[in-house]
Design a protein around this ligand. Structure first.
Ligand SMILES: Nc1nc2c(c(=O)[nH]1)N[C@H]1C(S)=C(S)[C@@H](COP(=O)(O)OP(=O)(O)OC[C@H]3O[C@@H](n4cnc5c(=O)[nH]c(N)nc54)[C@H](O)[C@@H]3O)O[C@H]1N2
Ligand SMILES: Nc1nc2c(c(=O)[nH]1)N[C@H]1C(S)=C(S)[C@@H](COP(=O)(O)OP(=O)(O)OC[C@H]3O[C@@H](n4cnc5c(=O)[nH]c(N)nc54)[C@H](O)[C@@H]3O)O[C@H]1N2
Ligand code: SF4
Ligand SMILES: [Mo]
Length: 740
């Protein structure tokens, strides 16, 4: 007899609710959308539909691996934890926890373990050698929000369901399903916008599937969005279209932004951006005139040389047109686990550069170093050199620039542990691989994404299937790694971690006069938490302390973990609501429009207006892929080769390209199949990332049969956005020639 079970999809930011079919052998045999899910209403994409294949992938590691005589071999959990203890303690005894680096990859944003226990591993090491996919992704948005609102996780989210005018820059949600705008069925929401008479503008060098749906597509030159947005700001001031509305009393710094924008009249940027000055003026006027408008930028505005400036300007346009924090504009989600709102008060503000990287002096940002600095920090001898490495859910050898150099560096560290279900291009260098169980055997709650939802909600999925006997889940793996680092040995009880976190969180809450539990006793509150796994107790605590929580009994109909368990299709918490000024934590208590570090970066942008690059390389995503790790599923990997160089017919004709091209970038050379298409702007070429499954010693057999090339091997990692440490992955200068 088959049965069904509900599970939130962990594969991308859309967080779709799924109905899984479980067969007699306790295997997931099918997945479809859950029509009753309060957030996704039945939407699902091909990746979600392949959940069963992903869950059952025969290349997924069932047992941990340890290195013996140079080879990775299967072992027991007891021996794997013993080996991790021996290796980590050896390095820590020699050069300290600070010489152990941690790299956190993208799936940490989609697991309970990554949110609740990854930080504990870092804290237990006391290391500043912390790296993540954020500096290959959204770090500029954190920095811009940090400066503007005093809170680097206060993301401005487009209010997709209510906006009248949506401007999308550098994102292709029809394929990616959205990012930093958690919206299941983003495509449906765009179509609904059109149906209610709204307008969609897409700004992208490529005529993407999203651009195909737009009223207007501006094929901007890669890397020039900051100039384009500055010109919009210029027009808003010049034509007296600035209208702060309700925000007027909460915004400071307007005049300095006006002064800075004076240097960017549309005519001065039009050539650089490849967009007519008139088009820019029209866009500015329309955004200002729309009853509500939301400007939304993602990867193409982030992983570029002026990523932070661009992310800042996206919100400057939203703010100047009165669209920040109002329905239909961009708003702040109310995360159910982010703590109950406190009265508005000035904060400490946001700072970067509290320390600097050892070798190149990169600024610390959100306690992280740029991912592109990892290899040099391993290679360069001296005080503070990285001696050991922990990777959790990351594959930087393919995802970051200069992967070959990083692979060599990883091969040379004294000890490396990877928490990952696959032996891939990165984890093959580990001395110990600790594989988390397949997703069907883990609970799910979107901790990291709950602050970027386009509609407030809370949904919890318990594990669908039991863990194999003796197998730890990922929460336990990470908690035990933290305890190993602290010297408590391979068998320490992982509950210690949770008890410690619960004790210290509740201790702070009861002492905070604005907390819903002010003045109560930690013992009383702790006793109210449910029995069960440590993560359940922590999640229950966070929900109860949150804006919709039961306040540990003070609001009886408020959220608890039990309440979510009783509502398997989720609890809808309503549309986004205005949160200014309560959300602000800047020193002035206002939206600070004119952050010093950002204004100081403008001369660099002005200087770039005159540069005359040759070909610019950009990336693209595919519906049936997810960064580097989903090429191993037969259901997702059939069909024609997707790892192709897209190039405009005029460029192809000029270069005499037909089948194969040689692309040369600052980091190397690649020979790639050519795909000639007029969807891409002349002067621009595009290659997807996450390919290049050619390394020996991996075990992803389906992926290896159709390996593609690693686009990031063209990149030497020296170009980055200095304010955020984010790698330039889009608008990379390259040369293109006919092969042979
Ligand atoms: N050129 C170019 N490069 C890019 C990008 C681009 O647009 N262009 N995009 C960048 C972006 S946005 C990102 S986020 C990064 C991603 O960079 P990474 O996060 O480093 O890379 P991923 O390919 O997402 O690798 C995810 C890893 O997590 C493992 N994994 C999957 N599920 C789990 C789990 O539940 N637990 C654990 N422990 N491991 C799991 C997978 O096996 C894989 O090893 O790539 C970046 N690289
Ligand atoms: N199917 C699928 N879905 C995914 C992923 C995946 O790999 N596959 N990855 C997930 C991850 S980790 C993330 S972060 C999100 C990312 O989600 P999105 O931000 O939507 O990412 P992309 O689909 O790569 O779209 C980026 C767009 O930016 C354009 N672009 C490139 N350079 C520039 C530029 O300089 N200016 C402008 N205006 N546009 C530019 C590209 O042409 C491309 O259309 O997707 C997530 N979802
Ligand atoms: S859109 Fe994202 S969350 Fe939804 S089914 Fe597809 S991969 Fe899963
Ligand atoms: Mo990402």
């Amino acid at each position: 007899m088959t049965r069904t079970a509900l599970r939130i999809c962990p594969l991308c930011e859309a967080t779709c609710g799924m109905v899984l079919t479980i067969d007699d052998n306790d295997r997931v045999s099918a997945a479809r959308g859950d029509r009753d899910d309060v957030f996704s209403h039945g939407f699902i994409c091909p990746k979600g539909a392949s959940f069963g294949e992903l869950d059952n992938d025969p290349d997924r590691l069932q047992n941990p691996l340890v290195r013996r005589d140079g080879e990775l071999v299967e072992t027991t959990w007891a021996q794997a934890f013993a080996a991790a203890t021996e290796g980590l303690q050896r390095v820590i005894a020699g050069t300290g926890g600070a010489s152990v680096a941690v790299y956190l990859g993208n799936p940490n944003a989609h697991t309970i373990a990554g949110s609740l226990y990854g930080p504990v591993v870092i804290k237990s090491l006391g290391t500043k050698q912390v790296y993540s996919a954020s500096t290959l992704d959204q770090m500029p948005k954190h920095v811009a929000c940090g400066y503007l609102y005093g809170n680097p996780v206060a993301f401005t989210v487009p209010d997709l369901d209510r906006t009248d005018y949506l401007v999308i820059l550098g994102a292709n949600p029809l394929v990616s399903n959205g990012s930093l705008a958690t919206a299941a069925d983003f495509p449906g929401k765009i179509k609904a916008l059109r149906r209610r008479g709204g307008t969609l503008v897409v700004i992208d060098p490529s005529r993407t599937r999203t651009a195909e749906l737009a009223d207007r597509h501006l094929a901007v030159r890669p890397g020039s969005d900051a100039a384009l947005l500055f010109a919009i700001v210029h027009v808003l001031f010049d034509e007296d279209l600035v209208e702060l509305g309700r925000l007027a009393e909460h915004v400071t710094g307007l005049e300095r932004v006006r002064a800075a924008a004076a240097d960017f009249p549309p005519a001065a940027v039009a050539d650089h951006c490849g967009v007519d000055a008139d088009e820019i003026r029209t866009l500015a006027r329309e955004i200002a005139a729309a009853p509500s408008a939301a400007v939304y930028g993602r990867i193409g505005t982030s992983t570029v040389e002026f990523g932070t400036l661009t992310s800042w300007l996206v919100d400057v346009v939203n703010i100047l047109t009165g669209n920040l924090d109002r329905p239909g504009g961009v708003m702040f989600a109310s995360s159910p686990i982010a703590g109950a709102p406190r009265p508005a008060r000035p904060g400490r503000g946001f700072k970067t550069g509290r320390w600097h990287s050892r070798v190149s002096g990169h600024r610390e940002v959100l306690s992280e170093m740029p991912a592109v600095a990892l290899a040099e920090e391993i290679e360069t001898p001296g005080e503070g050199q990285i001696r050991a490495m922990i990777t959790i859910a990351g594959n930087p050898v393919l995802s970051a620039p200069a992967g070959a150099r990083l692979a060599d560096a990883l091969a040379g560290v004294e000890f490396m542990v990877s928490v990952d279900p696959y032996r891939n291009e990165t984890t093959r260098h580990a001395d110990v691989i600790l594989p988390p169980p397949p997703p069907s055997r883990a609970a799910h709650f979107d901790l990291a994404l709950s602050g970027a939802m386009v509609r407030n909600n809370a949904r919890f999925s318990p594990p669908v299937l039991p863990l194999a006997a003796g197998r730890p889940d990922e929460c336990e793996i990470l908690a035990r790694l933290a305890l190993i680092v602290l010297g408590l040995g391979p068998d320490a009880d992982s509950n210690l971690v949770d008890d410690q976190v619960i004790g210290s969180t509740l201790g702070k809450e009861v002492a905070d006069e604005y907390s819903p539990v002010a003045g109560r006793s930690v013992e009383e509150l702790t006793a109210m938490l449910p029995d069960g796994r440590g993560y359940e107790r922590r999640l229950d605590m966070m929900l109860r302390l949150g804006p919709f929580g039961d306040g540990f009994g003070t609001k009886p109909d408020g959220l608890t973990l039990q309440r979510l368990k009783d509502a398997p299709h989720g609890v809808d918490l309503g549309p986004l609501v205005p949160r200014i000024p309560e959300v602000l934590r800047t020193p002035s208590g206002t939206v600070e429009l004119d952050p010093e570090p950002i204004l100081a970066d403008i001369p660099r942008l002005l200087a770039a207006l005159t540069s005359e690059p040759g070909f610019l390389l950009i990336g693209r995503r595919h519906l049936r892929s997810n960064n580097s790790w989903m090429h191993n599923l037969p259901a997702l990997s059939g069909g024609s080769n997707r790892c192709t160089l897209q190039i405009h017919p005029d460029d192809a004709a000029r270069l005499g390209l037909d089948e194969l091209a040689v692309v040369t970038g600052p980091g190397g050379k690649l020979e790639v199949p050519v795909e000639i298409t007029d969807a891409i702007r002349p002067g621009v070429v595009s290659l997807p990332h996450g390919w290049g499954h050619t390394e020996p010693g991996t075990r992803m057999r389906v992926a290896a049969r159709n390996p593609g090339v690693n686009v990031n091997s063209l990149n030497d990692g020296t170009l980055l956005d200095p304010l955020s440490g984010t790698a330039v992955l889009n608008a990379l200068p390259v040369e293109v020639a006919r092969a042979g």
